[in-house]
Write a protein that binds this ligand. Structure first.
Ligand SMILES: [Zn+2]
Length: 227
C-alpha cells in the first residue's frame, strides 16, 4: 500500500492534449530533481501533505491544477517544485514548522512560483517553453532554476504575497509564513527583504480576524519525523 502511494506520485493525472506537453515536461523535471533528492517513504505524511496542498490549490486562481506533493529527505528547511505538477517539501521544513498554517505557508509559496510561471520566466524569459524545444532540454533548464533557486527577489516577494493571499483564502493565519521565515529563515539579504516586504504588505492589507492553525492535526500527522 505504502509503496503504491510513492509510485503514484510520479504518474501524472490524465491530461488534456493541450496540457500534455506541460505534463511531460513536469514529469521529466521531477525526475531530474529526484535524481539528486530522496523521496521520504512515509505514507501518512505524504498523504497529509497531499491533502493540505490540494486544499490550497482549490483556493488558488488555478483550482483545476493537478499538483502532486512529495516530501524529500533534506536537512535544509526548503521547498522546490517541478512546474507545473510537482511540489516537494523537505522533511526539515516540516520538522521546523510549528503548525499546519506554517506548513501551508511554505507550500503556498512554492505553489505560487508554479502558478505565476516563475520557473519558465527565469529559464526561458517567457511563461512557457517554446513548443519546438525538446522536452529534455526544457526540463533540464526548469530543474536548474528549481535546484539552484534562480528566482529574483521580485519573484520571491511576489510568491510570498500570493502565498499570504492563499493562506487567507483557505482560512489559515496569513502571518504564518512570516513567522516561519523570522524564526527559521537564514540571515541572507533575500530573507530580510522578503520579511520586510511581507510586513508592509500585511500592514497595508490590515488583515484581522480569527484564523486556523490546526496545530493538533499537524503534530499528529507528522509525529514520525519529530521522534
Ligand atoms: Zn521561493
Amino acid at each position: 500500500m505504502a509503496v503504491r502511494l510513492f509510485l503514484l506520485l510520479l504518474i501524472p493525472f490524465a491530461l488534456s492534449l493541450a496540457e500534455n506537453l506541460k505534463g511531460k515536461i513536469s514529469l521529466e523535471t521531477a525526475k531530474i530533481i529526484l535524481s539528486s533528492k530522496t523521496l521520504l517513504k512515509d505514507a501518512i505524511i505524504t498523504r497529509y501533505v497531499n491533502l493540505l496542498g490540494s486544499t490550497l490549490v482549490k483556493y488558488s486562481s488555478e483550482p483545476e491544477l493537478r499538483v502532486r506533493f512529495g516530501v524529500i529527505e533534506d536537512r535544509m528547511p526548503m521547498s522546490l517544485s517541478a512546474p507545473w505538477l510537482y511540489v516537494f517539501i523537505s522533511q526539515e521544513a516540516i520538522r521546523k514548522a510549528q503548525n499546519e498554517a506554517e506548513l501551508a505557508g511554505i507550500i503556498a509559496h512554492e505553489l505560487a512560483h508554479i502558478i505565476l510561471n516563475h520557473h519558465s520566466m527565469s529559464a526561458f524569459g517567457q511563461s512557457a517553453p517554446d513548443s519546438k524545444m525538446p522536452i529534455e532540454e526544457a526540463a533540464r533548464r526548469l530543474a536548474k532554476v528549481s535546484l539552484e533557486e534562480r528566482f529574483s527577489i521580485e519573484q520571491e516577494i511576489e510568491a510570498d504575497r500570493y502565498a499570504i493571499y492563499l493562506l487567507f483564502q483557505a482560512g489559515y493565519d496569513p502571518l504564518a509564513l512570516m513567522k516561519f521565515l523570522k524564526r527559521e529563515g537564514d540571515n541572507s539579504e533575500t530573507t530580510r527583504q522578503r520579511i520586510a516586504a511581507i510586513e508592509s504588505f500585511i500592514q497595508q492589507g490590515g488583515i484581522r480576524g480569527e484564523f486556523k492553525l490546526n496545530t493538533a492535526r499537524f503534530l499528529k500527522a507528522t509525529e514520525s519525523i519529530r521522534r
